[in-house]
Design a protein around this ligand. Structure first.
Ligand SMILES: [Zn+2]
Length: 361
């Protein structure tokens, strides 16, 4: 299964044609573009409260390398070429300091330095960062309403073995019919430029996910086209994020990892709940880190591709996880199958359970 490459976080999201650092300053809202003085102290404090520094750093793939006392962290500096961790983050004070390049400050200062923009531009970027979650929720609501209205979507889900309302509810599955998204979102007050920048809307003004089944992720949307002629997998610009619904399973001593959300859906429907998904067989740094954050047993149930690529990816990942002290069992599916097709072609929970029990390192 080939999916869009997980990028390096929201860098891409902000590097569209409207990136203020690329000379499009005229596109900034006036109140901010006029300068620092027009933004009141109170507004800035509120903005900073909405954006925990550590969370902001992590959307740019920053990883803590070691813990210090007082809940502080050290890691590589994202602001200069750093070979040993010299970047200190204090999540309680929401401040950073780099012992390498000597720079430090709050989240606004970080945004200025990282994106190489001035103060009001950094404030605008941070506001956009805050605005993404509500925008994603609004789009998700729209797509979920459409799902029940379009028979083609229900027929497609049925073909992929998804029948239960519970799983549709649990995964918040929706459908993009290819119309009305733009007017729905602009009526809610989102400017067209923001929708384009988030890559929800194409340059020509159409829904980017036209005729896709939609699965909302933590900070992105995954779309699976129902048309054979179209690109099968779609994401918004930006990272695919961490493992799917990881918070719900991170305390399980045994976790099943699958490649695709349709695999996840049929297994969940069959009663398997200690389940997560990496959206492709290549894990990004955040996903790998999540699997390693505690001792556990991972059941790798990747696709058994006829060309062996899923098996190869599974073997490689297995070795990397063992090296981190994680116990891995590789689930062997019949060749040419993934967990989704296994269930679609008549496999049931007890047969899959037998595969789990037969899984070997
Ligand atoms: Zn530095």
């Amino acid at each position: 299964m080939v999916l869009g490459k997980g990028g390096s976080g929201w860098k891409i999201f902000f590097c569209g044609s409207h990136h203020p650092g690329l000379g499009s300053v005229c596109l900034l809202p006036y109140a901010v573009a006029r300068g620092q003085k027009s933004v009141s102290r109170k507004v800035l404090d509120e903005l900073k409260q909405q954006i925990p520094l550590l969370e902001y750093l992590q959307t740019y793939d920053w990883q803590p390398a070691r813990a210090l006392n007082g809940g502080r962290w050290m890691g590589l500096c994202p602001l200069h070429t750093d070979h040993k961790p010299s970047f200190l983050v204090d999540p309680h004070k929401d401040l950073f300091y780099c012992y390498g390049c000597g720079r430090g400050g709050d989240v606004i200062r970080f945004a200025e330095l990282y994106h190489q923009v001035n103060f009001p531009q950094a404030v605008t970027l941070l506001r956009q960062w805050c605005g993404l979650a509500p925008l994603l929720n609004a789009a998700t609501d729209f797509y979920r309403i459409q799902l029940q209205r379009y028979n083609e979507a229900i027929v497609y889900l049925d073909q992929r073995g998804i029948h239960s309302c519970e799983v549709i509810e649990h995964m918040r599955i929706g459908y993009a019919p290819g119309r009305c998204l733009r007017s729905w979102l602009t009526q809610l007050g989102y400017p067209l430029s923001v929708l384009r920048q988030a890559s929800l809307i194409t340059a020509a003004g159409y829904d980017s996910y036209s005729r896709c089944i939609i699965f909302p992720l933590e900070s992105n949307l995954y779309g699976r086209s129902i048309q054979d002629s179209a690109l099968p997998h779609r994401f918004m610009a930006g990272s695919k994020g961490g493992l799917y619904l990881w918070e719900q399973v991170r305390r399980c001593p045994e976790v099943i990892l699958v490649e695709g959300l349709f695999d996840y859906a049929v297994l969940w429907q069959a009663g398997f709940r200690n389940l997560t998904c990496s959206l492709g067989n290549h894990l990004n740094a955040q996903q790998f880190q999540q699997l390693c954050d505690n001792p556990r047993i991972i059941y790798l149930a990747f696709d058994a591709d006829t060309n062996g690529s899923g098996q190869c990816a599974s073997q490689l990942l297995s070795r990397r996880l063992w090296a981190q002290g994680i116990t891995v069992r590789r689930v062997v599916l019949p060749v040419g199958h993934d967990p989704n097709s296994f269930f679609v072609q008549g496999g049931d929970a007890s047969q899959f359970q037998s595969l789990l029990e037969a899984a070997r390192p």
